[in-house]
Design a protein around this ligand. Structure first.
Ligand code: ATP
Length: 445
């Protein structure tokens, strides 16, 4: 069978809109640049991506979860270095007035406008990426608070609370999923770089001296996670940071080959004891850990794994998209092309579609009964419009792993036809055995 994978992002953007995965924010007003809304299929898909990560982290005995507030004490961002240093170099093109990031626009050693290719640009100015807002009714300097630019600081400032309340012994980690905001100079590539996005971060606290080993362990663990997401391994690679932040001991990115090129998906960092030391200094509260077994006190080192949920969701959408020429031997279609979103079943927004062959009441009734029963355990769609071939294609395009077809014979023999998305094979299954059949098929898809 001839298979074609995604070649350009615009194909995915239009599928995402057409099939209810992702819409432009405030579209009826002309849209809001770099903001996107997840639609009726995108929302459950993204939720499942989060659940996969959350389970991979918090079902371990050594990691617990957290859900910190977006707004935090302004001193947090002083201590973390964001107020003084979280900025990108901003330049303007003197010719076409385009505004862009200097560090991402160097061609042959020269800063070059990505729009008009002119090299006549202004001197760089540091532009802080944090969004500011005001707390309370008075809009003055004293009321400034920030929308958090990362979730990590919520974890650091709660280190003591978590360790004490959960009686956690080092090594242990804290995992969190939540919104972050960055006033990016050049957002773009659909949901890849946006100004409002969701992060999934985990900070793993270790004894100094064991950090290099833990760093390697986490690199391996995270690589295995991406394989479990169903991403093709040849589309993933490591990028080692040669230039490190002053406090960092090591930094690697997991990169994915998007249609627009290799780009960062996740950062894995050895952050030393920088963050806890800074918060200890700025807050005046001791953030040392007391190791009872060895009667030692120390500030733990941190291994961080940080991935954007939207970015991971985009990588999966890109990776599972395929066009297949079907027809002949498989018994479906006659040389036409079908689009398939080949989600692993646990990430598919709809797991099963129930499709009665006709709208006649007895089939409708049986179809709805099956739908309601399956919906107790699964995400189920019900569709009784158009030909069955068209309905299969619709389900393929949104990645539904299994379709259950109810026909007139079903009323007699109490059997339905279950059709497999990838193999396009069909099995006749007794209705009273359907649940266990489906569970088995989804597990061994
Ligand atoms: P970049 O170099 O792409 O700006 P970063 O190195 O600053 O990213 P981190 O601060 O390490 O990113 O954030 C961790 C993860 O959060 C990134 O790997 C990415 O998946 C996600 N992320 C960061 N910024 C954005 C954004 N503007 N939109 C969507 N996801 C983002």
């Amino acid at each position: 069978m001839q298979v074609k994978y995604l070649e350009d992002l615009s194909t995915l953007v239009s599928l995402a809109k057409r099939r209810g995965f992702v819409f432009q924010s405030s579209e009826i007003y002309g849209g809001l640049n770099s903001c996107w809304d997840y639609g009726p299929l995108g929302a459950p898909f993204k939720f499942k991506v989060k659940m996969l990560w959350w389970k991979a982290m918090t079902r371990r005995n050594d990691i617990v979860g957290l859900d910190a507030a977006i707004l935090m004490h302004p001193m947090v961002w002083k201590a973390s270095g964001h107020v003084d240093g979280f900025s990108d170099p901003l330049v303007d093109c003197k010719k076409c007035k385009n505004r862009f990031r200097q560090d991402t626009a160097v061609v042959n050693g020269k800063v070059t406008c990505p729009k008009c290719e002119s090299t006549e640009v202004t001197e760089p100015r540091n532009f802080n990426l944090m969004f500011e807002t005001y707390m309370g009714p008075v809009k003055d300097e004293a009321a400034v608070v920030y929308l958090r630019p990362e979730t990590a600081q919520g974890i650091f400032v709660n280190f003591e609370n978590v360790a004490t309340s959960m009686r956690k012994k080092i090594p242990f980690g804290i995992a969190q999923i939540g919104k972050s905001f960055r006033n990016e100079i050049t957002p773009g590539n659909f949901t890849f770089r946006t100004r409002e996005f969701e992060q999934m971060e985990m900070q793993y606290f270790v004894k100094p001296g064991t950090d290099a080993d833990w760093f390697e362990t986490w690199r391996q663990t995270r690589w295995d996670f991406y394989k479990a997401c169903g991403i093709r391994e040849n589309k993933l690679r490591w990028h080692k940071h040669e230039k490190l932040a002053h406090y960092a001991r090591a930094a690697f990115d997991v990169e994915y080959e998007f249609p627009f090129g290799w780009s960062e998906l996740e950062g894995i960092h050895n952050r030393s004891d920088f963050d806890l030391s800074q918060h200890q200094k700025f807050s005046g509260k001791k953030l040392e850990y007391f190791d009872e077994a060895n009667k030692e006190k120390y500030i733990p080192y941190v291994i961080e794994t940080a991935v954007g949920c939207d970015r991971l969701a985009l990588a999966i959408l890109c990776d599972v998209y395929r066009e297949e020429k079907v027809g002949g031997a498989d018994g479906e279609g006659d040389g036409d092309t079908r689009i398939v979103m080949g989600f692993p079943p646990e990430l598919a927004p709809i797991e099963i579609a129930v499709l009665p062959l006709s709208k006649k009441p007895p089939l409708q009734e049986l179809g709805m009964k099956i739908r309601d029963e399956l919906a107790k355990d699964h995400d189920v769609d019900y569709d009784e419009t158009a030909s069955i071939g068209k309905r299969y294609r619709r389900q393929d395009e949104i990645g539904t792993p299994l379709c259950v077809t109810v026909d007139f014979e079903s009323l007699e023999d109490r059997k339905v036809t279950v059709r497999h998305r990838d193999k396009m094979t069909q099995d006749r299954v007794y209705i009273d055995q359907l649940k266990s059949y489906i569970q088995d098929k989804l597990k061994n898809f």
